[in-house]
Design a protein. Structure first.
Length: 114
């Protein structure tokens, strides 16, 4: 059973940075697609960033130029570097990996104070 463990969330002031990590347990995994989502209270979960096995990335317009998604295929880990954070980035962030079956992380809180 593959499990995803997220880390790196917390409280930061506006303009600051955080780096989220999502590590998948297991060896010899072939992870096709890695994604980060976020959900704020009262809002639907939204897709923030995607990276596929070849390295192609895609971002939501709201985070382009500020967030960077990356992956380490040896460590089965993906990252989300978040710079120039804004209060509206406050949310629970979730990672999702498609192996092809889908696995989700438990979610991690990111709070940006103004």
């Amino acid at each position: 059973q593959v499990q995803l463990v997220e880390s790196g969330g917390g409280l930061v002031q506006a303009g600051g940075s955080l780096r989220l990590s999502c590590a998948a347990s297991g060896s010899g995994l072939s992870i096709r697609v890695m994604r980060w989502y976020r959900q704020s209270p009262g809002k639907q979960r939204e897709l923030v960033a995607t990276i596929i096995s070849g390295g192609t990335t895609n971002y939501a317009d709201s985070v382009k130029g500020r967030f960077t998604i990356s992956r380490d295929n040896v460590k089965n880990t993906m990252y989300l570097q978040m710079n120039s954070l804004k209060p509206e980035d406050t949310a629970v962030y979730y990672c999702r990996m498609t192996l092809p079956d889908d696995h989700w992380g438990q979610g991690i809180q990111v709070t940006v104070s103004s």
